[in-house]
Design a protein around this ligand. Structure first.
Ligand code: FDP
Length: 282
């Protein structure tokens, strides 16, 4: 695991330099979810691919930016699923963006996720990292060229922030009623449109709810299971929170049928997830 984490740290440093210096234009290509790729998406994907060619325990790479599985080392034992630059459309307006990594042993699905990491590229560069063996995720910050551990991450039982994703016009009446009730109870809106900084903010400010529901235009939500949802589900559970879908099932119980499958998802402190379950009747 150490060689994988070292590679993630190197990728984070290289992607940070790319964000600060590279052209932010479109690449004239689209990813497997039909979204236009930025040159920066393609460059970040290449940075991860090149660095993990040196990590021989990684058998396969599955990237948000690649249509298919890429085999790296036939003898490897892990699959690395990653979103090299999540929220990349926010880079040109100089908001925080991120990378997400999930390390799976065996078939990539929730129960085989053995470690997760995310990187936030903001005023500072930080990594949240956790393995199945850890009690809490650890937070690392880049300082003088090295990532140093600064704290562990722990959610309070109840928070104050609400990050509601998806177009409101397409929310179900149950979801709209639930989000309205949070605001009526004093929750504050915090939504930048970048999954990594939005989830990171809730983790570091003690708690709340991030939601990306199924909507009438996207019944299965928008966020991708293998490289967005499952890695954060492990981080949230290990931080003392919960991560579920709209049926009340743990996200970590999910088995995607296709590598780019999405799912409705809710991440939060225990109290908000309990309230959500009761509003959804699950
Ligand atoms: P983006 O499309 O900019 O890459 O991963 C998709 C994502 O961003 C998440 O980072 C973010 O939480 C979500 O989409 C935002 O979607 P909405 O604009 O529909 O709220």
């Amino acid at each position: 695991m150490q060689s994988i984490f070292e590679a993630i740290k190197d990728c984070a440093k290289a992607i940070d330099i790319a964000i600060k210096n590279e052209d932010l234009g479109f690449a004239k290509s689209s990813n497997a979810s039909g979204e236009d790729q930025l040159k920066l998406d393609v460059k970040s994907d290449r940075i991860v691919e090149e660095r993990f060619k040196e990590v021989d325990v990684i058998k396969n790479l599955i990237s948000e930016e690649k249509e298919d599985i890429l085999e790296l080392h036939p003898q490897g034992i892990y699959t690395l699923c990653y979103d090299p630059l999540d929220g990349s459309s926010l880079a040109d307006v100089n908001l925080s963006v991120g990378s997400i990594f999930g390390i799976y042993k065996g078939t990539p699905e929730g129960k085989n996720l053995i470690a997760s990491a995310y990187v936030v590229y903001g005023p500072r560069v930080e990594i949240g990292f956790v393995t199945q063996e850890d009690v809490r995720p650890a937070l690392f910050r880049l300082s003088e060229g090295k990532f140093k551990k600064i704290s562990s991450i722990e959610l309070k039982t109840k928070g104050k922030l609400c990050a509601p994703g998806g177009t409101q016009q397409h929310w179900s009446s149950i979801h709209k009623g639930f989000i309205d009730s949070l605001f009526a109870n004093g929750y504050r809106l915090r939504y930048s449109g970048g999954m990594v900084p939005d989830l990171h903010q809730i983790l570091l400010k003690g708690g709340g709810l991030f939601s990306y529901p199924g909507t009438t235009d996207k019944p299965q939500g928008k966020l991708r299971q293998l490289f967005e949802v499952l890695p954060f589900a492990l981080i949230y559970e290990k931080a003392g929170g919960e991560a579920i879908n709209d049926k009340g099932e743990r996200l970590l119980a999910l088995k995607p049928k296709h590598i780019h499958d999405t799912t409705p998802c809710f991440f939060g402190s225990k109290s908000e997830i309990e309230a959500l379950k009761s509003a959804y009747g699950v």
